[in-house]
Design a binder for this molecule. Structure first.
Ligand code: MEV
Length: 767
C-alpha cells in the first residue's frame, strides 16, 4: 500500500511515496548510503541528515529549556526497524537503543510476519485516567454518591483547565469514584477517576491540570480532604492490541519442522504466563522494542513501561503480555497492553531530531502510533522466543551482527567469518575489537585450525561482468567485479559424512534444469573431497546462497571458491598470499564441471574480491583495477537466463556468416572496455555509466540481448541511472546498473514491482 509522506507534520513532500519498508541488504550499506536513502525518500535537508548522523539535533540551547541543571546532551545509537507491515501500511520504525541485536531482531520478526500478511492492530480511544485521592471521609459510600450526583459540575470545572483540548473534541467526559481500603490506620478513601480524552497528545499535563482544578470542589462535595491529584500510568482505557497469523511452515529450520518450532514458541509463552521470574524477562524483551521506538519518537517510555508492567499484573499475578497459540496450521500471536503515546506536545514538539524521526515513521495519529508500538513489541517478543526456542539468543543475532561489524571495518571476505567468530567468543562485537583482531591476523602467520575447530565457515562473493562479455572470447579485454552479495558455506562434523547437505539457493524463476544443477554442485563437492584427500571424512557441507543460479552472478564460481577455501582451511592448507595460483587452479578444476572450459574470469574475480581487468591471452592477463571509492549499483533479475555455451555459439555462427560486421562490433566493445577501465580507475562513474549503455547497444547488435533485457535497460534509463546493460552471456538473465549512491535504495524500492528481484550492490567495496 502506498502512503504519502509528510515532513514535520505539515509540509508535503513532492510526490514522495514509500511503497515498502522491505529494503533488502540495508544492513550492508554504509551509513552514508543509508542516510542518502532517507534523504531521498523523505526529502531531508543536508542539515537534517547531519543532525541524524551526528546525533546533534538537540542542541544544548534546547536542552536547557527542557531540564534543569543541564550540562549536555546524551547520544544513543539510532537505527531503523525495517519490514513492518501493520494494518496494510508500510512503516520504517526509528529505534534508539544501546543493546545490540534489538533492531535486527525486530526487523527479522517483521520480515517473517509480513509473509503471513503482517500485523493487525486495534486501539481504543485515547482515554487517560486522572486520580484525585480523597481521605478523612465519614461516609465514603455517601461521598461517592454525591460525587456522581455532581458529575456535570466536576466535568465542567475540569475542562475549564484545558479549553484547547475541549475545542479539539477532547476533555474529561466521565468520572468514576472508587472506594479503596487504605488498611489499618488509614481507613477507606476514595480515588476519584477523571476519564479524559486527550486526542493526539500523551496527555499527562492536561490530565494533571484537570485533577488539580477539581480539588477544592471535590472537598466541598464530599466533606473530605484531597491529597494527591495526578494521572494514572495504568492507562487501561487506552489499550492497544496487535496480532499476527503466520503459517507454521515459515518457521521451519534445518533441524525442526515449522510445527515443532511453533509448538516450542507456544511453550515458551506459556512459561511466561505461569512463572513471574520468566514473565519479567519475557516482558523486558517486549519493551526492548517498544521503548527503543518510543524513545526515538519522543514518547514517555517510562510511562509506557510502568503501564505495561502494571497491566501485566492486573489479575493479581504478574505474567506475559502476549499470548501464542497454534490453530489450523498457523501460529497466532497477540499482545495487549496500555499505550499512552502522543504525536503532539512533549518531545514530539520540542526535539528537532524527534520531528525528523516522526516523519520517517510515517505515523499520522496517536492511535496509529499505539498500534505500531504494539506491533513492534509483539515482533520483538516473537524474535526473542523464536531464537530462545531454537538456536538460543546469543547465536541468533550475534553472528549476523558480528559479520556486519567485520565487513564495516573493511575486512577481506576470507577473514570475515574468523573475525566475527572471535568477536563472539570474546563477547565483544565492536568496531574497535574487529579492527584489533584484524590487525593481529595481518601481523601473525595464520594459526592452523584443529580438526575439532569445526565448523569452518566461509563467505565467497558473487560477481558481475561490467564490460566486454563475448568480446573476451575473441581475446579482447573484459572487466568484471566482485559484489558484496554472495554465498556462505559451512563445513561441520557429520557422522554420516562426507556429504553435501540442503543446498539453500535463492530461486527466483522456475529453473527447468535445477535438478541437474544441484547434481553438478554435488559432483563438484565429491571432486573437491577427492582433490584434498577427504573422501572418508565425517563432514557435512552446507551452503546458503544469495546468488540466484543461472543469472550470470558467478554462483558456481562462488561455490567453487568457497568449497576450495573451506576444505583447504579444514586441511590446514593455508596461504599467506592473497593471490594463490594453486587455489586458482583447484577452483578452475571445479568450475570445469559446470562450464566445460571456463575462462577463469569468474574464479579470478571472486578470489581477488575486487574489480578485475581480464584478457584470455595467452598470456593471460588479470589486473586488479583500484577504484578510488566504491560505486553503487543495482542488479535487476529480468527473466530466466540462457546457457552461456549456446550464446557463445550463436555469436560464433553469426560471425561466420557476417564476419566484418561482427568483428567491428567486437572491436568496438574491446575499445570501449579500455575506456571503461580508465573511467573506473579514476572514479568517473558518469563516464562508466555512459559506456555501459553503449556496451549494451553493441551486445544487442551482436544478437545476445532479448526484448525483455532491452526494455529493462530502457526503463532504467528512464529512472535516471548512470548506466545499464545486460550482464554475462545474455539471452536472458539480469541487467546491472551503476547508480548515484543516493538513488540506490529508492530505486530498489521503486523497481521492485517491475522485476522478479532487485538487489543493491557495491563495486570495489570488498577488497
Ligand atoms: C534481552 O534483552 C531480552 C530477552 O531476554 C527477552 C526474552 O528472554 O524473551 C531475550
Amino acid at each position: 500500500m502506498k502512503r504519502k509522506i509528510r515532513l514535520l507534520g505539515s509540509r508535503l513532500i513532492r510526490g514522495a511515496e514509500l511503497r515498502t519498508s522491505r529494503i533488502p541488504g540495508f544492513y550492508r550499506l554504509s551509513v552514508e548510503q543509508r542516510l542518502a536513502f532517507l534523504a531521498h525518500s523523505f526529502n531531508l535537508t543536508d542539515e537534517q541528515v547531519s543532525q541524524l548522523r551526528n546525533g546533534n539535533a538537540l542542541r544544548i540551547e534546547h536542552a536547557v529549556n527542557m531540564v534543569e541543571n543541564a550540562v549536555g546532551v546524551l547520544g544513543l545509537p539510532l537505527g531503523l526497524g525495517l519490514n513492518f507491515l501493520v494494518d496494510g501500511r508500510e512503516y520504517l520504525v526509528p529505534m534508539a537503543i544501546e543493546e545490540a541485536s534489538i533492531i535486527a531482531a525486530a526487523s527479522k520478526a517483521a520480515l517473517m510476519i509480513r509473509k503471513g500478511g503482517g500485523f493487525r492492530t486495534e486501539t481504543s480511544d485515547p482515554v487517560m485516567i486522572g486520580q484525585v485521592q480523597i481521605l478523612d471521609l465519614k461516609d465514603p459510600e455517601d461521598a461517592a454518591r454525591r460525587l456522581l450526583d455532581s458529575k456535570r459540575e466536576i466535568i465542567e470545572r475540569a475542562n475549564l483547565a484545558n479549553p484547547r483540548m475541549v475545542q479539539r473534541g477532547g476533555g474529561v467526559f466521565d468520572i468514576e469514584p472508587r472506594i479503596i481500603d487504605g488498611g489499618e490506620g488509614f481507613g477507606k478513601m476514595i480515588a476519584l477517576h477523571l476519564l479524559f480524552n486527550v486526542c493526539e497528545a500523551m496527555g499527562a499535563n492536561a490530565v494533571n491540570y484537570a485533577c488539580e482544578a477539581v480539588g477544592s470542589m471535590v472537598e466541598n462535595i464530599t466533606g473530605g480532604r484531597v491529597n494527591l491529584r495526578i494521572l494514572s500510568n495504568l492507562a487501561d482505557r487506552r489499550m492497544a492490541k496487535a496480532e499476527f497469523v503466520l503459517p507454521v511452515e515459515y518457521l521451519a529450520t534445518k533441524e525442526l519442522s515449522g510445527w515443532e518450532v511453533a509448538q516450542r514458541m507456544v511453550e515458551a509463552n506459556r512459561f511466561a504466563e505461569v512463572d513471574t521470574y520468566r514473565a519479567a524477562t519475557h516482558n523486558k524483551g517486549i519493551f526492548n522494542g517498544i521503548c527503543a521506538a518510543a524513545l526515538a519518537l519522543g514518547q514517555d517510555w517510562r510511562a509506557i513501561e510502568a503501564g505495561g508492567h502494571a497491566y501485566a499484573a492486573k489479575d493479581g499475578r504478574y505474567k506475559a503480555l502476549t499470548s501464542y497459540w497454534v490453530s489450523k496450521g498457523n501460529l497466532h500471536g497477540k499482545i495487549e497492553l496500555p499505550l499512552q503515546v502522543g504525536i503532539v506536545g512533549g518531545a514530539t514538539s520540542a526535539h528537532p531530531g524527534v520531528k525528523i524521526l516522526m516523519t520517517i515513521s510515517g505515523v499520522d495519529t496517536s492511535r496509529q502510533l499505539a498500534g505500531l508500538l504494539a506491533a513492534v513489541g509483539l515482533g520483538q517478543n516473537f524474535s526473542a522466543i523464536l531464537a530462545l526456542s531454537t538456536v538460543g539468543i546469543q547465536k541468533g543475532h550475534m553472528a549476523l551482527h558480528a559479520r556486519s561489524v567485520a565487513i564495516s571495518v573493511g575486512v577481506p571476505p576470507e577473514d570475515i567469518d574468523d573475525i566475527a567468530q572471535e568477536m563472539i567468543k570474546r563477547g565483544q562485537v565492536k568496531i574497535e575489537v574487529a579492527e584489533e583482531i584484524y590487525r593481529n591476523i595481518k601481523q601473525k602467520p595464520k594459526m592452523k585450525k584443529e580438526n575439532d575447530e569445526l565448523p569452518v565457515e566461509t563467505f565467497a562473493p558473487g560477481k558481475v561482468v561490467l564490460f566486454g562479455e563475448h568480446a573476451t572470447v575473441y581475446n579482447y579485454p573484459g572487466i568484471s567485479a566482485a559484489i558484496d552479495i554472495g554465498l556462505k558455506m559451512r563445513v561441520n562434523y557429520d557422522p554420516d559424512g562426507p556429504r553435501f547437505l540442503h543446498p539453500d539457493f535463492k530461486q527466483v524463476f522456475p529453473v527447468p534444469e535445477s535438478d541437474n544443477d544441484i547434481r553438478m554442485f554435488s559432483k563438484a563437492v565429491y571432486e573437491a573431497l577427492e582433490m584434498y584427500g577427504l573422501q572418508k571424512e565425517q563432514i557435512g557441507i552446507q551452503i546458503e546462497s544469495e546468488l540466484v543460479p543461472g543469472m550470470g552472478l558467478g554462483s558456481s564460481a562462488a561455490f567453487s571458491v568457497a568449497l576450495c577455501s573451506s576444505l583447504r582451511r579444514y586441511r590446514h592448507i593455508e596461504s599467506k598470499k592473497r593471490w594463490n595460483s594453486d587455489l586458482f587452479e583447484e577452483v578452475q578444476k571445479l568450475e570445469s564441471i559446470f562450464h566445460g572450459h571456463p575462462s577463469g574470469m569468474d574464479a579470478a574475480t571472486i578470489l581477488s574480491g575486487g574489480v578485475l581487468w581480464f584478457r584470455k591471452g595467452p598470456p593471460r592477463e588479470f589486473l586488479p583495477i583500484q577504484m578510488p571509492s566504491p560505486m553503487s549499483g543495482i542488479i535487476c533479475l529480468v527473466e530466466p537466463g540462457a546457457r552461456t555455451i549456446e550464446l557463445v555459439q550463436r555469436v560464433k555462427r553469426r560471425r561466420e556468416m557476417h564476419r566484418k560486421y561482427i568483428d567491428n562490433i567486437l572491436e568496438d566493445i574491446g575499445n570501449l572496455t579500455v575506456d571503461a577501465g580508465i573511467a573506473l580507475g579514476t572514479g568517473d562513474c558518469v563516464e562508466a555509466g555512459r559506456l555501459m549503455f553503449r556496451n549494451h547497444e553493441l551486445l544487442a547488435r551482436l544478437g545476445v540481448s532479448t526484448k525483455a533485457l532491452d526494455r529493462a535497460v530502457e526503463l532504467l534509463l528512464d529512472y535516471g541511472v548512470l548506466g545499464a546493460k545486460l550482464t554475462g552471456s545474455g539471452g536472458g538473465g539480469a541487467v546491472i546498473a551503476i547508480v548515484k549512491p543516493e538513488q540506490q535504495y529508492a530505486l530498489v524500492e521503486e523497481l521492485s514491482g517491475e522485476f522478479a528481484m532487485v538487489l543493491p550492490f557495491a563495486l570495489g567495496a570488498l577488497r
